[in-house]
Design a binder for this molecule. Sequence first.
Ligand code: MG
Length: 224
Amino acid sequence: MLTFASGPREGFVFAGINILPMKIICIGRNYAAHIAELNNERPEEPVIFTKPDTALLRHNDPFYYPEFSKDIHHEVELVLRISKEGKYIEEKFAHRYFDAIGLGIDFTARDLQNKAKAKGLPWDLAKGFNGAAPVSEFLPVSDFPDLKNIHFHLKVNGQTRQKGHTALMLFDFAYTLAYVSQFITLKTGDLIFTGTPEGVGPVQVGDQLTGFIEEKQMFDFKVQ
Ligand code: MG
């Protein structure tokens, strides 16, 4: 049975207070079927982008549909919580650097992102706006006997829209941590969004988003 990790963590939001600064690092194009649905190229190395800490949304708080976009998409993703500072982490030791797994949405203003992509410009505003990173509570890694066999899914208004399985990731957790930490030092409390499976699509005001890891409900919030 999956039970939530408990207690405050250094560098993480506790009781709504951001104890220390943290960062959110995301991997794009990590599931082949999702790459195909957006007609993207399959990457040779992970595609990495970041969101500011102000994108974080927690405790099932509602997501407010922003005025600057008419095409906000849901991307459900497993989220790793970093538990130890590290750089140049070796892949074989990567498991020592995260202690919990949660579920999040990498909300994306697809219209802004498509514009940026067409011009070869950065995605920051399309991915990093306020509330663009809802994240659930976390489950201890010890609850997962096989990190390559984790299922997760997203329901919108009770209908399953996205289903993911970690066996289908192009770059697994260990590779991603090792890769990112060559460039960016990972710190306790940082979050890593690990990519979305196929089935991304628009959300509308009034939608109810419910996310699951295996059969455990992780989040349940509304778009307003
Ligand atoms: Mg994503």
